[in-house]
Design a binder for this molecule. Sequence first.
Ligand code: OMP
Length: 213
Amino acid sequence: MQQYRKDFIDLAIRYKALGFGEFTLKSGRVSPYFFNAGRFDSGAGLAMLGRCYAEAIAASGVEFDVLFGPAYKGIPLGATTAVALADHHQSDVPFAFNRKEAKDHGEGGTIVGAELKGKVLIIDDVITAGTAVREVIDIIRAAGAEPAGVVIGLNRQERGKAELSAIQEVEQDFGIPVVSIITLQDIVDYLNAGVEQADLITRIDDYRQAYGI
Ligand code: OMP
């Protein structure tokens, strides 16, 4: 496993961004684990997080014109990734994010930062059923640009509408790559290497039987 992926798991554990218990997801699925990107709540954590996303982008080779962090959690993710690309990859890319509600004074509108044009790379936390990312693609297209790809922290490896994974459906429907730093399998491997996690692994296995691919 590449170093940046190990760093990401270590960081998620350290900042308690990976929680275990019982969580109702946006899709209505009840999951034994949850990834909360809001827990990366300090300068050092965000800096490290940005480096992990930037490494994943560099490793993927995806080409794009603008980096886009969708509201809300994608905003700091996109910003710290843009900083890391400039600081560590000699790549000063334009960065934009959106507001959830249009502003009717001052500069107005819902897009903040760089103009959305050309190929837009979406930076986000998680894809489960794929609903959120489809809404983001609608925003990009409404602004007259096209998606270049999606970079997420965690691929939950879950079914979409039919047999394919939600991520494969997005890749197929829009003809774009979805790059993830880690997958659920990486988390399970991490837990397997620890002790006294058997009960949690069983609950994750049961969840994967129901919703996994
Ligand atoms: P989908 O729209 O079903 O793909 O869910 C993705 C969104 O759910 C993410 O952008 C998050 O807002 C939220 N989410 C998490 O943040 N972490 C998780 O582990 C799972 C979810 C989720 O609700 O599925």
